[in-house]
Design a protein around this ligand. Sequence first.
Ligand code: PYR
Length: 388
Amino acid sequence: MKHLLSTTLTLTALASSYAAAEKVATPIPIGIAVAQTSNTALLGQEQVIGARFAEKYINARGGINGTPIKLVFQDTGGDEAGAINAFQNLITKDKVVGIVGPTLSQQAFSADPIADRAKVPVVGPSNTAKGIPQIGNFVARVSAPVSVVAPNAIRTALRLDPKIKKVAVLYAQNDAFSTSETGTFQQTAKDQGLTVSTVQKFLTTDSDFTTQVTAVLNADVDLVIVSGLANDGGNLVKQLRQLGYKGSIIGGNGLNTSNMFPVCQQYCDGIIIAQAYSPAQPSANNQLFVKEYSAQYKKAPPQFAAQAFTGVQVVVDALKVIDRKKKLGEWELADLRVALNTQILVGKYSTPLGAISFDKEGELQQADFYVAQIKMKDAKTGSFVFLK
Ligand code: PYR
């Protein structure tokens, strides 16, 4: 018994000292924490596709200087608890070198601090609210902020219809991204000389928007701007049209997916949405990405997929630089995570989004932005048409 006990103690001591000096696994594990379930999966599904495509694309080109990567997926669902759980699993169980995720800013404000405290780098693929890079030193994003992207939609709407004067603004008050984005939309509308006639709130869990639509119709506006997510936003647009609204509609980034088409159906037609990605971005890297992606999926990559791909690419490109100085297999995991974060922030990347880099806080530096308009062929099929 005494012997057994001391053996157990020795093994425990050995295990903990081994854990302290834990090496990096091969293939190199990179965490993907996005929404694979819940309404947020309308956005997350495109991210899963973009990330999986990145894994295949990168490993076909030799991975990290000959060492393959392995993406580890943890479903965040649509809420904060799910994101926290996914992050914790990736950090402690899956022992990833870094995390691309989560899907929503609302989730990032809860989950990113956990990675930050654990000194695990996070690259936000679709977190566009104000304040995301400032969560901590280990948080960067490849999704340009609402302050940069959203104003383009209003400028384009005014170009398409210079007679627009009165605006109704609606937003999901329980979602951090939507409240951030509506702030930008409202400010831009005023800066452009428009009158914000009514501001209406809703919840991302709402399905009946009669109150808000009635207020919009009473305000007699020529432009409606919606900041919400794909399911609530899609239903809101549908009810606006069904109850007789005829003017222009701008949707924010939460509505930026063809997965919304089954929700608003033919009523999606005409929605104007600013884009942080275009398949037409002319860089050689993007054109190759578009060619291979389109060959596999029979359609051009959407923004959420391109940004998820970019998130994985940034982690991989940074790891390549580190690996050239000291092979990844010789690193201790904790040290590699810190070195990876440093390298992510100083690197320059040729991605589907064009040439990008980060400022010292982890904010994205990106040059090219676009605006698209949804064109529905019928109640089921449609596309995003990029506007010049
Ligand atoms: C966000 O949650 O930040 C989005 O852009 C959807």
